[in-house]
Design a protein around this ligand. Structure first.
Ligand code: AMP
Length: 112
């Protein structure tokens, strides 16, 4: 989608540190990491939210989770947190859905 940062990363027009790629997803390191491992997993196709992706491409939706698990395992983490921020009020700033993988430190609940 025109003007979408993560579409630019998927297309290779915007530089990123890609750690894993599958047919339907790309995983790259967050530029402002909130944990020792902080990776974003995005569908190659543009969907604004996790729910829109699940409705429009259930296989890609599942692949976000399996990709995140593969990255966590590759980085040696048994314990990790997966987060979809949905809507500005919940902290979403990039409206190309993305699954945050956070690992490598202890986590508290609830998140802020
Ligand atoms: P959210 O606030 O849930 O929409 O998450 C957006 C995430 O994208 C934030 O954690 C940002 O640090 C991250 N981010 C923004 N620009 C880039 C970029 N060019 N490459 C990697 N991560 C980015």
């Amino acid at each position: 989608m025109e003007g979408c940062l993560f579409c630019g990363i998927v297309a290779g027009d915007v530089e990123s540190d890609v750690v894993h790629a599958t047919e339907r997803t790309i995983a790259f390191r967050d530029v402002d990491p909130q944990a020792p491992t902080h990776v974003l997993v995005v569908p190659r196709d543009h969907y604004a939210s996790a729910a829109a992706l699940a409705a429009g491409d259930p296989q890609a939706s599942a692949e976000l989770v399996t990709t995140a698990a593969a990255v966590a395992a590759a980085e040696g983490h048994d314990d990790y947190r997966l987060v979809f921020n949905t809507g500005a009020g919940a902290g979403q700033t990039v409206f190309h859905t993305h699954l945050h993988l956070l690992a490598g430190r202890s986590m508290t609940w609830p998140p802020g």
